[in-house]
Design a binder for this molecule. Structure first.
Ligand SMILES: [Zn+2]
Ligand SMILES: [Zn+2]
Length: 596
């Protein structure tokens, strides 16, 4: 994120069009105030850049020693004084050459470097009190408009995100329009720490990472159970919708990537392998191989749409410094599929897909929102193709009655796309799903179908993933549910706990019946106190505990407990089995067994 955000800001410093929403204006203005405070407290520090980012802002400074937590407190206190002084942000235009001389004289080499990289003849400067910065704006009118902010952390960051450049000190902060929003955000940060999937992944034995394969999770039995359940969920739905599942090679000759355009547009993200003096790549996506499946037979208008699903393993060369638990990995699999259809079928396919997304996401209590991403600078295709494709996506969203945000220039190089964010339990948004309209690949691979008039026509290719990468999705779900997965996903769905060793036989009988009903159940007959074993099951987030003693044996019941701590009392074993099976089969998001 950081490097791209930085590049964008550097570009913007010249011609200026920072996202002018009130929130990012406040955040960006707060970064100026922070730089002013830093210069006041550390006059020899050099300033680099300070953009607004998602949820806040940062500013980079050249300083030999890192900022300490005490420094951040002092800086924040000084910022509050500057806010109290209610200084106006005054804009001033300057000839670019004059600006270079101006910042050189002030001893600000980073500003000079930015200015030297800009082509515009005129640039703008903003001054509040004793601080002046090169900036396109916009800003709030005066520092008094900054109501709610907090500095969060500091860390080293390379100038322009490049490790060959100087190491700078970055301070991150957050700013909001109201104190209430700030408080909520700080609560979310605290919550997120508690829910960190890397921590929960260790505690619940879901997965590990090993230095021998950075960015590739080693799935433990518990974590892999979740992935398998998700795959099963995907397969059951797609089979019913007429998708056909295929499997395609991982190691693929560069010839294919040259034809698809990936070699030209995506090469830096691909792992390459030499085999018998030829260059192969580990596939970063399935699409080009799916065109081979399409071409394998003569297709008529009656055969379309063809929907190929492929959960194959993909590799992308992410820089090691950016790898983050399951959120940014090098190896993953997606619930990927490609739809080949006639142009007149695009609308229906898109409509079905958008509906499918809403149903699937609802299964996980995730709230979706939609973004339409349009033509990027580096892209294939003609104006006309892009216009038609963007219109088709727009129409599909409209006909589904879905509100959406526009994301100009964020499309794939082969076509526009709809990205879907889901909002989790603590209000964070994650982009997981995507629908992409592709006219590039059918052209490049010469795909055809025979139309009603006997003439060959070009089909449209739709790329789509609904859960996205299983790795990332499991990471999101782990944090969303704080590891307390719905029963159908829980690695262990029930634990049977005999009160003492006298009740082991009955416990074993209950356990056997659970397993016979395909419930993932464990028997905890360890020689430990019952209270200890109950707590242990709760820590492991096992949805149901079935406690059995003499009374339960005589009445054919179990004493049922939820991981939440609720004690539901005696329930007949038959009813527990039937209700548990129903809860699992319906993939219920909440725990229902034993509830009235
Ligand atoms: Zn600014
Ligand atoms: Zn694709």
């Amino acid at each position: 994120m950081a490097a791209a955000e930085e590049e964008r800001h550097l570009k913007l410093t010249g011609e200026f069009d920072c996202d002018p929403s009130p929130l990012s204006t406040v955040r960006h203005s707060t970064s100026h105030v922070m730089a002013q405070a830093v210069k006041r407290l550390f006059p020899t520090v050099k300033v680099a850049i300070g953009p607004a980012i998602e949820d806040g802002f940062y500013y980079d400074f050249a300083k030999s020693e890192p900022f300490t937590p005490e420094d951040l407190e002092r800086i924040e206190a000084t910022m509050r004084e500057i806010v109290k002084d209610d200084l106006r942000f005054e804009r001033r235009e300057m000839d670019r050459r004059d600006a270079i001389a101006f910042f050189r004289e002030r001893g600000e080499p980073f500003k000079v470097e930015i200015l030297e990289g800009i082509e515009a003849p005129q640039v703008s400067l903003y001054q509040q009190g004793d601080f002046i910065d090169l900036c396109r704006g916009p800003h709030v009118a005066s520092t008094g408009e900054i109501k709610a902010f907090k500095l969060l952390s500091s860390s080293g960051a390379y100038w322009r995100g490049d490790e060959k450049n100087a190491m700078l000190q970055r301070i991150y902060g957050t700013a909001w329009l109201t104190q209430e929003e700030l408080d909520q955000y700080l609560w979310r940060l605290e919550e997120a720490k508690k829910r960190d999937h890397r921590k929960l992944g260790r505690e619940l034995d879901l997965f590990i990472f090993n230095e021998v394969s950075p960015g590739a999770p080693i799935w433990l039995p518990n974590g892999w159970t979740i992935v398998r359940e998700l795959e099963r969920f995907v397969r059951e739905h797609l089979d019913a919708l007429g998708y056909q599942e295929i499997s395609t090679p991982i190691l693929v000759n560069r010839k294919l990537w040259e034809q698809s355009g990936h070699w030209e547009h995506y090469q830096e993200n691909m792992f390459k392998v030499e085999v018998e003096e030829q260059i192969f790549s580990l596939k970063p996506m399935n699409c080009p191989e799916h065109t081979l499946v399409y071409r394998h037979a003569l297709r008529s208008y009656r055969d379309l749409p063809l929907r190929f699903s492929d959960m194959g393993r993909l590799h992308r060369n992410e820089r090691s410094g950016t790898l983050t638990g399951l959120f940014r990995v090098r190896q993953f699999a997606q619930d990927d599929a490609h739809i080949f259809c006639r142009p007149d079928q695009v609308q229906d396919e898109m409509t079905t897909l958008l509906g499918l997304m809403r149903t699937w996401h609802a299964h996980f209590n995730l709230e979706p929102s939609f973004k339409l991403a349009t033509r990027p600078a580096d892209s294939l295709g003609t104006e006309e193709q892009w216009r038609t494709a963007e219109q088709a996506l727009h129409d599909a969203l409209k006909s589904n009655g879905l509100a959406y945000e526009l994301n100009p220039g964020d499309g794939a190089f082969y076509g526009p796309k709809i990205d879907v964010d889901v909002q989790d339990a603590i209000g964070r948004k994650w982009t997981i799903a995507t629908i992409q309209y592709d006219f590039g690949q059918p052209d490049r691979f010469g795909l055809e179908y025979i139309d009603t008039d006997g003439q060959p026509r070009r089909p449209v290719m739709i790329h789509r993933a609904i859960l996205g990468s299983f790795e990332r999705f499991v990471g999101i779900l782990t944090e969303h549910f704080t590891g307390a997965f719905p029963t159908w996903l829980a690695p262990v769905q029930a634990r049977v706990l005999p009160i003492s060793e006298k009740h082991i036989d009955y416990a074993r009988e209950v356990w056997t019946r659970l397993r016979g009903a395909r419930v993932r159940a464990e028997l905890d007959d360890r020689n430990e106190k019952l209270g200890y074993r109950i707590r242990d099951a709760q820590v492991r987030k096992v949805p149901y505990m079935l406690v059995v003693g003499e009374r339960e044996r005589q009445s054919g019941t179990v004493s049922l407990r939820h991981r939440s701590g609720d004690d539901l009392g005696a329930v007949p074993v038959d009813r527990v089995l039937a209700d548990l099976a129903a809860e699992i089969t319906s993939r219920s998001a909440s725990l229902t067994v034993g509830r009235p």
